[in-house]
Design a protein around this ligand. Structure first.
Ligand code: ADP
Length: 249
């Protein structure tokens, strides 16, 4: 806009807005929709295929149980994916100032381990809980989902006879919970990216084991809601350690 005085221009006012953040948010939304559509389409196509063969009566009788099993597996994947998407959108909408309640992270770790005990046993993984009772102010169901996803990953990406340790404690008076495993580890170049929605280091391994690619995004967003941070230390071939620090709890 020109700045005038007595019909004479003597200056200009320039208004500049930085739209980088807005553009990035829009791009992320576009990518997310494209990814969701793709992730939903893959299992649905497979379900349609098997159902059609069975419906037309061209499936051999001995193949029917296997096809039904595949339909069940793909449908479970779809359900897990939709549940994770709902969890993420709830976290997106959550008010950061939600009051929460006193939650003992050690008791919560016990619940998570008990719910994942069967999965760990099948993969011959030892679950260990150490540390003292640690009460923070937080949202119990969100904290449960965060710990569940970390321990679930620590089992899935482990090696046979491996171990998963959940430790609660304080680091310079900051409440922390650490989930460490003796698994395959994560190469340095992927360590930032694995927190992105749908990012997987090994796509086929994650899909085979029923992973949605959203677990760590839920952990990251859950941490944000609690004004906590998530740190990762990992050595390929040796294992990974995820630490949630409740800096401002
Ligand atoms: P997924 O459903 O694929 O497990 P996540 O968001 O939970 O999705 O994790 C993203 C990716 O990060 C995984 O596909 C895997 O490659 C890697 N990852 C997560 N946790 C671990 C771990 N404890 N050890 C090794 N790799 C891991």
């Amino acid at each position: 806009s020109p700045v005038r005085e007595e019909n004479e221009d003597f200056g200009a006012v320039i208004f500049i807005t930085d739209v980088t953040e807005k553009e990035m948010a829009e791009q992320m939304r576009r990518e997310f929709s494209a990814n969701v559509s793709h992730e939903l389409k893959t299992p649905l196509t497979s379900i349609m295929g098997y159902a059609e063969i069975m419906n037309q009566g061209i499936a051999k009788t001995e193949d029917v149980p296997r096809f039904a099993g595949k339909i069940h597996f793909e449908a479970s994947r779809l359900l897990a994916l939709i549940q994770d998407i709902i969890r993420l959108s709830r976290l997106d909408e959550m008010d950061m100032s939600e009051a929460g309640e006193p939650v003992d992270l050690k008791t919560l770790s016990g619940q998570v381990c008990s719910d994942l005990k069967e999965k760990a046993r099948k993969q011959k993984i030892d679950l260990v809980i150490t540390g003292d009772s640690l009460v923070i102010q937080g949202l119990r169901s969100t904290l449960y989902e965060m710990l569940y996803n970390l321990v679930d990953n620590a089992i899935v990406y482990n090696k046979p006879q491996g171990q998963v340790t959940i430790a609660t404690g304080k680091d310079y008076n900051v409440p922390t919970v650490t989930v460490s495993d003796t698994g395959i580890g994560i190469p340095e170049e992927y360590q930032d990216r694995i927190f992105e929605r749908f990012y997987r280091v090994d796509k086929s391994h994650s899909r085979e084991t029923g992973g949605t690619g959203l677990g760590l995004s839920i952990v990251k967003h859950g941490a944000l809601v609690h004004k906590a941070s998530v740190q990762l230390k990992s050595t390929p071939g040796e294992g990974s350690t995820f630490t949630i620090r409740f800096d401002q709890a």
